[in-house]
Design a protein around this ligand. Structure first.
Ligand code: ADP
Ligand code: MG
Length: 260
């Protein structure tokens, strides 16, 4: 598959720009102005390579969540396009996008069991029943949720809820999984454990992750690719080594240099 649009050439060489890359997602000129006039995202461009663990970092209020919610279709951008596998999905409804989102506060259905939370979305697609069962067993296994499958989410710890939220998204086998500060409310030890689990799941699955955090040490531990945002703009987008070793802007240098 060759690059489309603005990327000329097709030779791939490590460390080069974007030539020859297999990108799953492109964001083109994305802008969001909220009804009250707030310019939250200001004409940003970036691409995400298929299979990467991509981390979007930047200080609070810089537009990370607005960007993620635009990718998944929870927010309609004011301008610009979201392109998934060369298809413009800017106007596509969320449920048809093949993109999963895990919220910071999980948003599980309190009146449904763990198992029902996981299969809820899947049962509303036309995936056959036996495939639903197979996928359910797979994610229960992967997220070590077998023993909790009949429980109510109200009876779960934060880490357990997180695993259910992940299972609920993963069972739909999205092309892209978006995670908005998913470890934000956890203590440090649990965060570290969840990071290891996320890395393991990412390795095991054929999915691209887009992970939002304001914590640059977390970004360092998780990312293949980093997108640095500030004040609604993208300051730098590139492989993790490049962003840390050759930051393109003073802001990026200061922000990532802050990590220890
Ligand atoms: P981040 O996730 O990086 O903290 P957000 O995308 O949540 O940033 O917010 C970006 C900017 O947009 C902030 O100034 C925030 O106050 C503003 N904002 C977010 N949501 C809304 C909204 N619904 N209406 C108006 N302004 C908003
Ligand atoms: Mg946010």
């Amino acid at each position: 598959k060759s690059a489309r649009g603005g990327d000329p050439g097709g030779d791939s060489h490590a460390g080069g720009a974007n030539e020859g890359r297999d990108d799953v997602l492109r964001v083109e000129g994305l802008t969001k102005i909220y009804p009250d006039g707030t310019l939250a995202v200001d004409d940003i461009d970036f691409s995400i390579r298929r299979g990467d663990f991509c981390v979007i970092i930047g200080p609070s209020g810089c537009g990370k969540s607005t960007t993620l919610h635009s990718l998944v279709g929870k927010i309609a951008p004011t301008e610009g396009a979201v392109v998934l596998d060369d298809e413009d999905i800017t106007g596509t409804p969320t449920y048809q996008r093949d993109i999963g989102l895990v919220f910071q506060d999980f948003q599980l259905f309190p009146h449904l069991s763990v198992e029902e939370n996981i299969t809820y979305g899947l049962e509303r697609t036309n995936v056959p029943v036996d495939v639903v069962d197979e996928r359910l067993e797979n994610v229960l296994e992967m997220m070590q949720l077998h023993e909790l499958r009949g429980r109510s989410p109200k009876a779960l710890s934060a880490g357990q809820k997180q695993r259910v939220a992940l299972a609920r998204s993963l069972v739909l086998e999205p092309k892209l999984l978006l995670l908005d500060e998913p470890l934000g409310d956890m203590d440090y030890k649990l965060q570290k454990r969840m990071e290891r689990e996320l890395l393991r799941i990412h390795r095991e699955l054929d999915t691209t992750f887009v992970y939002v955090t304001h914590d640059q040490t977390q970004a360092m531990r998780l990312a293949d690719q980093i997108v640095v945002m500030n004040g609604g703009k993208v300051e730098h987008s590139g492989p993790v080594d490049e962003v840390y070793d050759r930051p393109r802007t003073a802001f990026t240098a200061a922000f990532v240099g802050d990590s220890n």
